[in-house]
Design a protein around this ligand. Structure first.
Ligand code: TRP
Length: 336
């Protein structure tokens, strides 16, 4: 990572919970590459967060490597940014313990994601699920991140990280940078192809409802052909036409064409043509990503050298913060 003094630092984490969707790509991941020019970016595949819900070990290992390869394929550049696997950098767990002891139970009980997840995973309401936002705060604060790109679902956790940093600084003296949220430029909000009022989700039971970033051309074309629309047969951005609006937004994101241009292009043509065009545009957008992904997956040694080098640098950076914290809280300096 070319660390430039005047560049601010960004941290972001992503859970290895399966191959991201077209929505994740157009809404967030595609933007990660662009952030690298403006910021020092530190990205992590957060396998330790993933185990707050039950995981199959072999699947977790596979998904962690796949996601790492995919992020590189999406444009994360190891010459500019760090991209490492969270469990390779011990300071995350070490700082989390200290922050655990400095965060009140009541504050964690108010986290809406905990309430939701403890309802959906009622058979496994483990302590890690409860303290998950503290591990996330540790991720961010260890690197003295100035900013964190977050979607709506993580805003409350980022607020908590800011709060933890401010309280710690207040109690022990200046230690952590207080991170600001970066609300991503409105990337596309991609909806389900089958129920266009719902967000596109990789955990949808209906595989026709979402496009995975790794879907092959035939599957992509089939899914778009089956996408739910309406019966007026007019490609127009109008209330009540959720399915068509979703397809128009995807086409807009994939090609850069404006909504007016899209309406003009498909004037007097049927939905069949429009769906084919959207499908082809998406195939084109994903083709280079998939090609790079396949290369990384065929070259595991190269992949490993990238996440390992990044982890070594991350260990050096994070230990500086960790030892500062150890000193502040009164731990005896380790002399060996
Ligand atoms: N909790 C985030 C999510 O589920 C992932 C995450 C972990 C994260 N650590 C982070 C995001 C630090 C931003 C910054 O999406």
């Amino acid at each position: 990572m070319e660390e430039t003094q005047n560049k601010k630092t960004i941290f972001s984490g992503i859970q290895p919970s399966g191959i991201p969707t077209l929505g994740n790509y157009l809404g967030a991941l595609r933007g990660w590459g662009e952030l690298q020019n403006e910021y020092n970016c530190i990205y992590s595949v957060v396998d330790m967060h993933a185990i707050t819900v039950k995981q199959d070990p072999a699947q977790l290992r596979r998904r962690t490597l796949e996601l790492t390869a995919l992020l590189l394929a999406c444009g994360v550049d190891p010459e500019k940014s760090l991209l490492f696997i969270q469990s390779h950098v011990p300071a995350h767990a070490q700082l989390a313990w200290i922050l655990n002891c400095n965060t009140q139970f009541g504050v964690l009980s108010r986290m809406t994601q905990f309430k939701d997840k403890s309802a959906t995973h009622a058979d496994n309401v483990n302590a890690g699920l409860f303290t998950y936002p503290i591990l996330m705060a540790s991720d961010i604060l260890l690197y003295q991140a100035d900013a964190v790109p977050v979607g709506a679902d993580q805003k409350q956790h980022l607020e908590l990280a800011r709060d933890i940093a401010q309280r710690f600084n207040g109690a022990y003296g200046d230690t952590f940078t207080v991170p600001e949220p970066i609300i991503p430029k409105v990337g596309a909000r991609v909806m389900s192809l089958q129920e266009p009022t719902k967000k596109m989700s990789k955990s949808d039971e209906n595989i026709n409802a979402f496009i995975s970033v790794l879907d092959r051309p035939d599957d992509i074309m089939r899914k778009f052909k089956r996408a739910v629309t309406d019966s007026d047969a007019v490609v127009a951005y109008k209330e009540g036409k959720d399915g068509i609006i979703n397809l128009m937004s995807i086409y807009n994101s994939a090609t850069g064409k404006s909504f007016e241009q899209i309406e003009a292009e498909f004037k007097g043509r049927g939905y069949g043509d429009f769906k084919t065009a959207v499908g082809e545009a998406v195939v084109e957008v994903l083709k280079p990503v998939q090609a790079k992904y396949d290369d990384f997956m065929k070259n595991k040694d190269y992949l490993s050298s990238i996440y390992s080098e990044s982890a070594k640098k991350a260990i050096a950076i994070s230990n500086r913060t960790l030892y500062k914290v150890y000193k502040k809280v009164g731990f005896v300096k380790r002399e060996f």
